[in-house]
Design a protein. Structure first.
Length: 502
């Protein structure tokens, strides 16, 4: 199936009702793996963070990571789930080339958290409730690198390299109940849900949830049923989608693909699909039967997990302000409308603006610099705002220099440019580049006199009552002072010297 074979989105929704299921894997930010003491530090030499347990060697016994369990409970509570009084791990048997023990330690019919929900806000302010089936603990697999092929996949590769550093890293898998009733907004709901979940995970402090680094990834399950019917259609499962935009695109593409297959008299195959960032398409992976047999059975080497109610309630009391409520509070405190708040959220600037105001900047100035000059730089360099080499404290210092009259906006942009270029903190950049506003009255007066003398015709217009023409003289002074004059004071001096009231 190629893009040209797709049904139009509008025609697909005129006939069919989409039903989604989203499975999100979150890599926890623990210092050690889920069942052993190996480090989880990133970007280390291949296979340097392994031991007999995560390599599945005979006789090696696992031990549960307490922080991993605590993180799972926090996630469950934040998702309004019930927390199991007693649950246990199971062995999920499957051929894993990158899981050395050839089974995954996971949870099957006894998850630690279940039956919850997450309310998400769509772009027009509508709240859509996504119900949560379960959130369970498991471990990640290793990493396969396929060498010799054109696509980086196993097909066509000459050989594969295996790195087991990631094998055993703690994961929480969060599974929704079937998402019905979204209609044409299903892709938007999928994106909004994953975005809200990511913000929640970050707020809890249990993971950085960086999708581009694989710390959070989503499987998009989708099926279509004829409008007005109840029975679910056959689903496809698009695996390991790793950006918010891609989650939305994958859902939209599958709606159009399913509709095209059904309208042509074909049958949807239950299978996994690969998502392609370059064009937003999906391609077939492997067939999945309705009753795939993973031969689950209780993990005999791990004791059940039975969190006490006192511990659960203690964790509940320690939960931070949830992201949607926090955004509502900040929206009111900052005096911004829904559209502007959504733009701030989409830019990933909420925490940066808060940190900048905490460092002393007025909120309007913090928003101005992060959503203006810094957002422009991030866009041009292909980075996210939090990847820029400037801190909220440094942005607050730039705002303070502007407020003190030491910088104007033009000079402030040059200071930010210098900080981003690695020239030092704002004060150092100001000193090195000589960027302070010229506020000396004598120097400004001289520059104004020279501008008037050099633009006699403009001066005569101003004397004749055309005060707006003063802008040309202000521009001449700013040019002469390399933009370092106080433009408002320059205009005052010009009108004073020409005997005109402002």
């Amino acid at each position: 199936m190629t893009v040209i074979d797709l049904e139009s989105y509008e025609d697909a929704l005129a006939t069919y009702d989409p039903v989604m299921g989203l499975e999100v894997h979150v890599e926890l930010g623990t210092k050690t793996k889920m069942f052993c003491g190996c480090s989880t530090e990133l970007k280390q030499d291949a296979n340097s963070q392994t031991c007999p347990v995560c390599l599945g060697l005979p006789g090696a016994l696992p031990v549960v990571n307490e922080i991993g369990v605590e993180s799972a409970i926090k996630i469950g509570l934040a998702l309004n789930c019930q927390i199991a009084e007693w649950c246990r791990f199971a062995r999920k048997n499957y051929f894993y080339p990158d899981m050395p023990k050839n089974f995954q330690t996971s949870q099957y019919d006894e998850p630690i958290a279940f039956d919850g929900y997450l309310d998400v806000q769509l772009e027009d302010g509508e709240i859509f409730r996504v119900e949560i089936e379960r959130a369970h603990m498991e471990e990640d697999t290793g990493k396969s690198t396929h060498v010799g092929g054109a696509t980086g996949r196993i097909h066509g590769a000459s050989h594969s390299l295996l790195d087991y550093n990631r094998a055993g890293i703690p994961l929480i898998e969060i599974v929704t109940k079937p998402i019905e009733g979204a209609g044409a907004r299903a892709p938007e709901v999928a994106k909004a849900y994953v975005a809200e979940l990511r913000e929640l995970i970050k707020a809890l402090g249990v993971s950085e949830a960086r999708m581009e680094m694989g710390q959070m990834r989503c499987d998009v399950n989708l099926s279509l049923r004829p409008n007005g019917t109840e029975k679910f259609g056959t689903r496809s499962e698009t695996k390991n989608v790793n950006s918010l935009r891609s989650v939305e695109r994958a859902a939209r593409f599958e709606i159009q693909r399913h509709a095209a297959v059904l309208n042509s008299g074909g049958t949807i195959v239950q299978e996994t699909r690969h998502f392609h960032e370059e064009d937003g398409s999906t391609t077939a992976g492997r067939i999945k039967d309705n009753a795939e047999d993973y031969r689950y059975f209780p993990e005999p080497d791990l004791v059940p997990v039975a969190p006490s109610r006192d511990w659960v309630e203690e964790l509940r009391k320690g939960l931070p302000e949830l992201p949607r409520l926090r955004r509502k509070r900040l929206k009111e405190e900052w005096g911004v409308n829904e559209h502007d708040m959504q733009s701030i959220l989409n830019a990933g600037a909420v925490d940066l603006i808060v940190a900048t105001t905490d460092a002393g900047a007025p909120s309007d100035q913090a928003r101005k610099w992060w959503m203006g000059e810094l957002a422009r730089n991030a866009n041009e360099t292909g980075r996210s705002l939090d990847e820029l080499p400037i801190t909220p404290a440094q942005v607050a210092r730039v705002a303070a220099l502007v407020a003190a009259g030491d910088l104007n906006d033009k000079l402030a942009r040059q200071v930010i440019e210098g900080v981003l270029a690695g020239e030092g903190d704002p004060d150092t950049v100001v000193e090195k580049r000589g960027l302070k506003v010229v506020s000396d009255e004598g120097a400004l007066s001289t520059a104004v006199d020279e501008a008037i003398a050099g633009n006699a015709a403009v001066a005569d217009k101003i004397r004749g009552g055309k005060v707006a023409a003063a802008g040309a003289l202000v521009g001449a002074v700013m040019k002469a002072t390399r933009g370092q004059a106080d433009a408002a004071r320059v205009r005052e001096l010009i009108l004073e010297k020409l005997g005109v009231e402002g």
